[in-house]
Ligand binder design. Structure first.
Ligand code: EPS
Length: 386
């Protein structure tokens, strides 16, 4: 069984992660992990915090001589903000203290978390709810990316919408154009309009949500299962993505628009190209019956505007029982470009268990042998009829 855990408060000393189930003898590039961490920190619309942080992974366990041992992997990403005396005084695990935050932000975890954990200081809720934690998900996802790449599975994303600005729909795109864009949108005109929309939101004390698409190439047919509901690959991916802070909807393939599409235009017909079975379209988004079908897996994700507005929304002071504007803390205007990187990470993390269930293996040699055997067997399946 593959599993992972993260721990860490946004302004605490560090984020911590554990990955359990990565086979032995996977050679890891630490530079590639740090590079992915840096991609999450970018994006137009981030706040001042990203100028403070410089996310870097440190390995504590599971790696020797750059190769995984098969033991649990433990990693740390330190919070540089914690080095500030004011932050340390607030968040020190032993001596940390400060005036309570009392005015919950609508749309944030503040209120529900206060009631759930019986916290009179909203800081004790928001510290863990903060999207700072996604740095560790991206770190763990970047390790998984290196495992998945050995099987030929790659994941990439681009931003399709920021607030009112929608980019034209792309089936495929040049990732270099995405990396070159401040909003991770390969369509230059749309990217310019997105930046203008973020500037406008910032000037009026507002925030913007949006959408991004994730595309996974190279997933062999048969990952995931129709045996039980919790084994369906679409459910596993959707659950992981909605498990991200700020995500409110996820669509696979045609997504919500399938409801209005007749059956004659909703599916991907089969045809022959020589002896090969091919599909003329990918409306299913690479998943049929809860299993990968060998086509690219395409997921679209909708992200809400973050709930910390500098022009604060109406709220209440929970201690004094008076009307009061929501707490304003330093924050971002738009996190959609960063969320796209987190989305890639969540997809990678979510694929690990079903991929390892299909192929197994305690070492990379064993896993790759199993992948080869499985591919050969799939190629031979209908051979005797020809
Ligand atoms: C966040 C608020 C901001 C963001 C933070 C997420 O942090 P701060 O309150 O310290 O300025 O910068 O995101 C990150 C720190 C990060 O690494 O992405 C929130 O409330 O969710």
């Amino acid at each position: 069984m593959f599993r992972y855990l993260t721990a860490g408060e946004s302004h605490g000393p560090a984020l911590v992660g554990i990955l359990d189930g990565i086979p032995a003898h996977l050679r890891l590039s630490v530079e590639a992990i740090d590079e992915t961490l840096g991609r999450r920190q970018g994006g137009y619309g981030r706040g001042a915090r990203m100028k403070i942080e410089q996310d870097r992974v440190e390995f504590l366990a599971g790696l020797r001589g750059s190769e995984t041992l098969g033991s649990p992997i433990a990693v740390v990403v330190r919070n540089r903000d914690y080095e500030t005396p004011k932050v340390r005084a607030l968040m020190d695990p032993i001596a940390g203290a400060g005036d309570p935050l009392t005015n919950p932000r609508p749309g944030h975890a503040d209120y529900a978390g206060a009631l759930k954990y019986r916290q009179r200081d909203l800081r004790n809720v928001l510290e863990r709810a903060s999207a700072r934690e996604t740095a560790m998900r991206v770190c763990l996802g970047a390790i998984c990316a290196q495992f998945l790449a050995t099987i030929g599975i790659t994941t990439r994303s681009y931003v399709t919408r920021i607030g009112p600005v929608e980019a034209p729909e792309l089936d495929d795109w040049d990732q270099a154009d995405v990396e070159a864009s401040d909003v991770r949108c390969p369509h230059a005109d749309a990217a310019r309009a997105m930046i203008a929309a973020i500037d406008e939101a910032k000037a009026s004390g507002d925030t913007l949500g949006g959408q991004f698409a994730v595309r996974i190439d190279g997933v062999p047919a048969g990952v995931g299962s129709n045996r039980q509901p919790n084994q369906r690959l679409d459910g596993i991916l959707a659950g992981a993505i909605v498990g991200m802070q700020t995500v409110k909807a996820v669509e696979i393939g045609l997504g919500a628009s399938v409801a209005a599409t007749p059956g004659s235009r909703a599916h991907d017909v089969f045809a022959l190209e020589g002896e090969n079975v091919v599909r003329a379209s990918n409306r299913a988004g690479g998943i049929e019956g809860g299993m990968s079908n060998g086509e690219p897996i395409v997921v679209r994700v909708s992200v809400k505007p973050i709930p910390t507005l500098t022009k604060a929304l109406p709220s209440v002071n929970l201690h004094q029982r008076t009307d009061a504007p929501a707490t304003v803390v330093r924050s971002d205007v738009c996190v959609v470009p960063a969320a796209a990187i987190v989305g890639e990470a969540m997809v990678r993390l979510a694929l690990m268990d079903p991929v390892l269930e299909k192929y197994g293996g305690d070492s990379m040699e064993e896993t790759l042998d199993n992948v080869r055997r499985s591919r050969d067997a799939a190629g031979r399946l209908f051979a005797r009829e020809r």
